[in-house]
Design a protein around this ligand. Sequence first.
Ligand code: PAF
Length: 280
Amino acid sequence: MKHITAITEMQEFCRSLRREGKTIGFVPTMGFLHDGHLSLMRTARAENDVAVASIFVNPTQFGPNEDLDRYPRDAEGDAMKCAAAGVDVLFLPATAEMYAGAPAVFVTVEKLSEVLEGAIRPGHFRGVATVVTKLFNIVQPNRAYFGQKDYQQCAVIRRMAAGLNMGVDIRALPTMRESDGLAMSSRNVYLDPEQRRKATCLYRALSAAAELVRAGVHEPEKVRQKMRAVLLAEKGVEIDYAEIVDPDTLVPLDRMQDRMVLLVATRVGSTRLIDNLLVL
Ligand code: PAF
């Protein structure tokens, strides 16, 4: 596996791949990789001639009181995991390489970025859209792979890629879960054993709500109440939102429809956890 840290080298390398007619599958990450990331990398490897991954903890998507400084890192372990997952090129830019000076150019996806996570973490999706645009411009992939665990992020990136005619096929792959249902996330490492046990309430809330939908409940409000009840049954779990929304616009539903997505966001201790389930 090739390691590249300079933007110009990465651009030149990817340009030469494209000239040779090779397709590039790209997996952008912030590192501290788990099986969810690795399944994206294996898919990128299987569907393209060359698999590129990046590890960059992007400061512009963290708010002032968020966990940028303590975000978990494991450079050596990550490199080994990428190589084992079939990654051909690992891009590891330093912060000064990605943002020379104070960032002054941003990409904003209106509306979709303003609700749910965006309402609680102002500026978060502007940071995500900006860094993903930069990475796409550097790597120029044919396909890019994201985990559906970050449902809203996938929606924002898809809208951004379409709106700016980026010509990148955005692929969202199913959430990978631990055996008790907890969605895999780099942030799970923050949970102590008791919090880790409580954290299963996100998937339990989503599953109970999905069950209600399948049983034919007519009122979205009842679905929200169900999720809230399951989450609040765990002491110390605080709810940021428990929503049922349209899967494309993310607008909260006031009546049931064919395709819907359930989304929950909580704080378990000081750790923020999100999860979602598509109900089709
Ligand atoms: O999902 C992530 O890890 C990040 O938001 C991403 C897409 C790599 C952008 O920094």
